[in-house]
Design a protein around this ligand. Structure first.
Ligand SMILES: CC(C)(COP(=O)(O)OP(=O)(O)OC[C@H]1O[C@@H](n2cnc3c(N)ncnc32)[C@H](O)[C@@H]1OP(=O)(O)O)[C@@H](O)C(=O)NCCC(=O)NCCS
Length: 155
């Protein structure tokens, strides 16, 4: 039987792990900012995220082992923006897709996600989780999912 995936809120104790995943080359290439994040910048960022009620940083675990993270940032327009990373050692095993589906079950309202063109695994994850491609802009694919299950195009 498949080990269930569990989501829990991140804490400061996850700082090192999150930084390692964030500075992994594939994660950097998939991010808007591709530079390597220094430790001090990461701590400052994590402090802000954990203190912000509009942001949720979740750690996905299999058998109590952290395998990925997913961030849910609720913007002023009430659409939650999702971003995700899977631990390099856990990639290609369905973790990303399961983690995204689990996170969506905890979110109410509309969600969106941005995926750089060429990030095939993230495109497939988004589609498997029911997100719909609503537009492409400057090399970035914009996915969305509404509570009704229907994508709403933003012009
Ligand atoms: C993108 C990422 C989260 C995918 O996580 P994952 O656990 O490896 O994804 P899954 O195993 O659920 O795979 C999802 C789909 O992509 C496919 N896939 C996985 N890795 C792939 C790769 N390197 N190239 C092409 N397809 C790939 C899988 O076969 C699967 O397709 P299927 O549903 O048709 O079988 C992970 O690779 C990662 O953390 N990358 C770096 C950070 C990143 O890209 N973040 C997202 C920014 S938008």
């Amino acid at each position: 039987m498949q080990v269930p995936i569990r989501l829990r809120p991140a804490t400061l104790q996850d700082a090192e792990l999150l930084l390692a995943w964030r500075n992994d080359l594939q994660t950097r290439l998939a991010s808007h900012g591709t530079h390597e994040i220094p430790l001090a910048e990461h701590w400052a960022w994590l402090d802000l995220v954990l203190a912000d009620p509009a942001r949720r940083l979740l750690i996905a675990e299999l058998d109590d082992v952290p395998v990925g993270s997913i961030r849910v940032d609720t913007a002023s327009d009430d659409v939650a923006e999702l971003s995700w990373t899977v631990a390099p050692s856990a990639r290609g095993q369905g973790v990303g897709t399961r983690m995204l589906i689990a996170a969506l079950s905890e979110v109410t309202g509309s969600v969106r996600a941005e995926v750089k063109i060429g990030n095939v695994a993230s495109m497939k994850m988004a589609e498997a989780a029911g997100l719909v491609l609503v537009r492409e802009e400057q090399g970035v694919l914009h996915y969305q999912k509404c509570l009704s299950g229907q994508a709403r195009s933003q012009s």
